[in-house]
Structure formats: structure tokens, C-alpha cells
Design a binder for this molecule. Structure first.
Ligand code: NAP
Length: 508
């Protein structure tokens, strides 16, 4: 049941006076439930409870924490259709996507549960003493990863389940042994509350300490700012805009005790298509990319917003074909009127530049909040000179750049801001000549896709979802997959400890 209240530890609480509702973009009307924003006192209480819970939670065995994570997954599944209906009414996303994202969310929780069943992920390292080493004896040193403390998670607007309340950041932090306070995303506060109720039930049923999880409502930036500034908070996970992520990163850096902020932000995900690939299969590539540009109404951080080609007749034909195919895909609603208007505004900013040409745009009339997909083109010189062409247009939009030669193509890659992904579309006979492109791209992105599309992020051990700034604030870590747990731990060494005082995993 949705109450519109905050979960402060195990208690539902609504002491504030500021309220708001979520919005159904498909029906263009507000949803029925009213949510109450958390007050300063409630924020402080959640942080104090999390800090207290941390003392106990970090000592709970991996096996027991795994039971907790599996119970969360079970409780989310038990929410059934109520969760699916709330999700679709708050995001406009279709039922199939809701179910797919729910599967991914519970899959991630179970994946982290499996990971922490034994302590191998904590990288136990034993360096035994050499007392008779000359000129100085070597001490006994044993290292283990330990959790850093309470984490604040900002849910993503475009993934109400998989990157939100019980999404990858929350699941990995809880797995690591860190309590979590979620700053619920205002666009899907009802989905967030339902998932929060599943987490609280699982915590109670599996004997976790109160404060291991809290869920705070807010419809403005203040709650998030207070949380990030709170001295009991020790780390932050964020998915969203560059402005939001950067503001929180700066705020965290200015604290008396700076804390890490792992923000996953904007990306235009360059796609490089070689001349030969266009000569051989331009039509097939255009069909595949029209699908990728418009997938989920373009609202993916891995959306292919920039396509880099070399000028040729085949390229001109490809651009026309891509435009037509993209513009012919049915229009669909965006997540929220704000995101829809940002899409229109940022797209118009690119199209208004004298050096760009609008190749094609969805032609039909569309209801409120529905996106008109666009393909735009520009020459390589213009792209190099005009930073406005580098910005993310969040939605079904792609800019095809025509480079005059490979030297210019490489210069463009080298001048790109950090990206989550890069993609190379090439023919087999060209493989031996791709090393410069691969090396330049590797310097700018977290993952290179070969002969595929960037949309679709597999959750597995070898996935890197992150990249040089501004794709993420710390390119050394991934936000997806088992390795994302490393964001919430720090290395700790025991020197010359008696065996009986060492954690079990570090005993000889
Ligand atoms: P957002 O504006 O960055 O907001 C994300 C979360 O951060 C919200 O909960 C928001 O709180 C909070 N926040 C934002 N700025 C803040 C600040 N200065 N201080 C404290 N908290 C702050 O992202 P969004 O609402 O999801 O979507 C807006 C735009 O972000 C989109 O149009 C798109 O351009 C971009 N976006 C990009 C990606 C990507 O993966 N690349 C994903 C999602 C969105 P409140 O809403 O309560 O103010």
C-alpha cells in the first residue's frame, strides 16, 4: 500500500508540510497519491539510525546479509501487479519494460547475495612475517576490504527499479555491509515506496538492525543536499544529469570530511562506422541504429547520440536512410513533462546551430509528452569548433558527423569528453587498421562495443558501466555488475595481530 510517507528506519513518518504528487505522462495527469517531503529532523534521524545500524550491520556475516538480499528480491516479486501498475503510471513506460526491469532488479539482488556468500570478494591478502629479515624484520600484515559506512543513493528517473530504490547502487552497498538511505526520485515516489516497503519487510524478517535502510521523499534539491552534507553519511551513489551529479560531487568535496560521490551522468556514446561497413551494409546498419536511437524513447544513458562517419556517397545515402527509418518509428511518451521539454530545448539548440542540418524528424502529430525522434547531421570541422554539438540530448536524438578523413575522425575522438561507451562498426578486412581508433577510443570511454549497439547493459562480472568524467565522477569503478561493490569498501590492514583477534578469513 502506498502511504506517501517516508521510511525512517522501520517507521513510517510524515512530519513535514511540503507535499507533491507523481505524474502520469501517458495520460498527461497527476497520479492520486500525495507524498510528504522529509523534514530536517527526519533526515537527521535516518542518518543517525544508519550510523547506529552500521556498527552492527558490518559485523553480520556475508551469508546472513545474502539472506537479507534474497528476501528483498522475494518481497519485490511479491508486490506483483501493484508494483507494475504503479511503475507504468509514474513513468509512462510500458508493462513489458516494467516486468523486464523488475527481473533485472531481483536478478541483481540475487547476484550480490551469491557474491557475498563467501569472503573472496573482500580480497583477503596475507603477507606473513619474516622476523629474521635483514636489515629489518618484516611484520605480519593481513588485508581485507571493509565497508565505509552509511551510503546515500539517488534513484534514476529513467530506471525506476533497476537503478533506484533497490537498484544496483542499493544492492551493492547493502551487500558490502553499508546501510543505505535512498533519496527517492520525485517522479516515481510511489514505485519507490512500494520497493522500500519490501526492503523494510525483508530487513525485519531476517533480523537486520533498524536503520539499515531508510527511504526519504523529496521534490526539490534540499533533502539530497542535507543528506550529502550529513556527517554520518560516508558515500553517495547517483545516476542522472551532469548538473545534479557535479553539484553533489562539489558539495561532498566541501564537507569537513569529504566523501566519495560515485555519479553516473551524461554520455553521447560515439559510434564509429567505417567507410567499408557503409559500402557493404548501410541499410542494415540504418535499421539497427534507428531501433537503438528510439529504444525506450531514447532515455538510456547508453543511447547512441553521436555517429561518426567519413564523407562519401554511401554516407550521404546512409544518413538519409537512418533519418527516414528513425522518423518512421512510432512516437512514444517520455518519462515526464520536464524531461520532454528538456529534450525539445536541447534538440532545438543543436538544430539552431548554422552548421547543422535536420535530416528527419517524426512527422505525425503527437499527444502531450510524446517525443518526436530526430536525426541531425554536421561536418567534422563544425563539430570540432562548436561545443554545443557535443551536449547530450536525452531522448530519441542522434547527430551524424561526416569527417573529411581519418585524421579528422581521430582528432574528434581525442577531443571528446569522457563517455560510458564507444562503438566500432567495421568489416573484417579492416580489423588490422583499427588499432589507432581503438586506442583513442579506449582513452575516452569505459566500454567499446564491436559491431553492435551501445544500448543494453548486461549485468555480469566483466561489465564496465562508467567512464572518464563526465560519464562518471570516478572512472576507476563500474556502476553495474559484481565489481560495483568495490565503490563501498576500503582496504584495511591488520599488522602483527594475534590469530584469535583476526577475522576468520584472515587466519592462517
Ligand atoms: P537530475 O535532475 O540529475 O536529478 C536526479 C536526482 O538528483 C533527483 O532526485 C534530484 O532531486 C537530485 N538532484 C538534482 N540536482 C541536484 C542538486 N543540485 N542537489 C541535490 N540534488 C539534486 O536527473 P533527472 O531528474 O533524472 O532527469 C533530468 C535530466 O537528467 C534528463 O533530462 C537527462 O538530461 C539527464 N539524465 C541523464 C541520465 C543518464 O543516464 N545519462 C539519466 C537520467 C537523467 P529533485 O528531483 O528532487 O530535485
Amino acid at each position: 500500500m502506498i502511504t506517501g510517507k517516508n521510511y525512517i528506519g522501520f517507521e513510517l513518518s510524515a512530519k513535514g508540510t511540503k507535499t507533491y504528487r507523481t505524474f502520469n505522462p501517458k495520460e498527461n495527469k497527476e497520479n492520486e497519491h500525495t507524498f510528504t517531503e522529509a523534514t530536517k529532523d527526519e533526515i537527521n534521524k535516518a542518518a543517525q539510525l544508519a550510523s547506529k545500524a552500521f556498527k552492527q550491520y558490518r559485523t553480520i556475516s556475508g551469508n546472513k546479509r545474502a539472506t537479507f538480499l534474497n528476501a528483498i528480491a522475494d518481497e519485490i516479486e511479491a508486490l506483483g501487479d501493484t508494483l507494475v501498475q504503479t511503475y507504468t503510471s509514474e513513468s509512462g513506460l510500458p508493462e513489458g519494460r516494467a516486468k523486464g526491469e523488475r527481473g533485472r532488479t531481483v536478478g541483481q539482488l540475487r547476484m550480490f547475495a551469491k557474491l557475498i556468500e563467501n569472503d573472496a570478494w573482500r580480497e583477503p591478502t596475507i603477507d606473513t612475517a619474516i622476523p629474521d629479515r635483514a636489515p629489518a624484520p618484516k611484520p605480519d600484515l593481513r588485508q581485507l576490504q571493509v565497508p565505509i559506512g552509511p551510503i546515500v543513493v539517488f534513484g534514476a528517473s529513467n530506471f525506476p527499479l533497476a537503478y533506484s530504490t533497490a537498484g544496483g547502487d542499493t544492492a551493492s552497498a547493502l551487500a558490502a555491509g553499508c546501510p543505505v538511505i535512498v533519496k527517492s526520485h520525485p517522479m516515481h515516489a510511489g514505485t519507490g515506496e512500494l520497493v522500500a516497503s519490501a526492503i523494510i519487510k525483508a530487513a525485519k524478517d531476517t533480523g537486520m538492525p533498524e536503520g539499515v535502510f531508510s527511504n526519504l521523499n523529496s521534490s526539490g534539491i534540499e533533502v539530497g543536499q542535507q543528506l550529502v552534507s550529513h556527517p554520518k553519511v560516508k558515500g553517495v551513489g547517483f545516476t542522472g544529469s551532469i548538473n545534479g551529479g557535479r553539484a553533489l560531487y562539489d558539495l561532498a568535496a566541501k564537507r569537513d570530511e569529504p566523501i566519495p560521490v560515485f555519479a553516473e551522468m551524461g554520455s553521447i556514446n560515439p559510434v564509429i562506422i567505417t567507410k567499408k561497413a557503409l559500402e557493404k551494409r548501410a541499410s542494415e546498419i540504418a535499421s539497427t541504429y534507428a531501433g537503438s536511437i528510439t529504444l525506450g524513447t531514447g532515455q538510456f544513458c547508453t543511447n547512441p547520440g553521436l555517429i561518426l562517419t567519413l564523407e562519401s556517397d554511401f554516407t550521404s545515402i546512409f544518413i538519409e536512410d537512418l533519418g527516414e527509418k528513425t522518423a518512421n518509428i512510432d512516437s512514444y511518451c517520455m518519462l515526464n513533462p520536464n524531461i520532454h521539454s528538456a529534450f525539445n530545448k536541447k534538440g532545438a539548440e543543436v538544430i539552431e546551430q548554422p552548421e547543422t542540418t535536420l535530416v528527419a524528424e517524426y512527422k505525425g502529430n503527437v499527444p502531450d509528452n510524446y517525443a518526436k525522434a530526430k536525426v541531425v547531421t554536421a561536418k567534422g570541422d563544425a563539430f570540432l569548433k562548436n561545443p554545443k554539438l557535443h551536449q547530450e540530448v536525452f531522448g530519441p536524438f542522434s547527430l551524424v558527423v561526416q569527417c573529411k578523413d581519418e585524421i579528422q575522425l581521430l582528432k574528434i575522438i581525442e577531443n571528446l569528453e569522457g563517455q560510458l561507451t564507444g562503438t566500432i562498426i567495421a568489416e573484417k578486412e579492416e580489423y588490422s587498421s583499427l588499432s589507432e581508433i581503438i586506442e583513442s577510443l579506449q582513452d575516452r570511454v569505459g566500454r567499446i562495443i564491436f559491431n553492435g549497439v551501445p544500448t543494453g547493459v548486461e549485468v555480469c562480472d566483466a561489465m564496465t558501466h562508467g567512464g572518464p568524467y563526465p560519464a562518471s565522477t570516478d572512472s576507476r569503478f563500474t556502476a553495474v555488475g559484481n565489481h560495483s561493490i568495490k565503490r563501498w569498501v576500503r582496504p584495511f590492514s591488520y599488522q602483527d595481530f594475534p590469530s584469535e583477534l583476526l577475522p576468520e578469513v584472515l587466519k592462517s
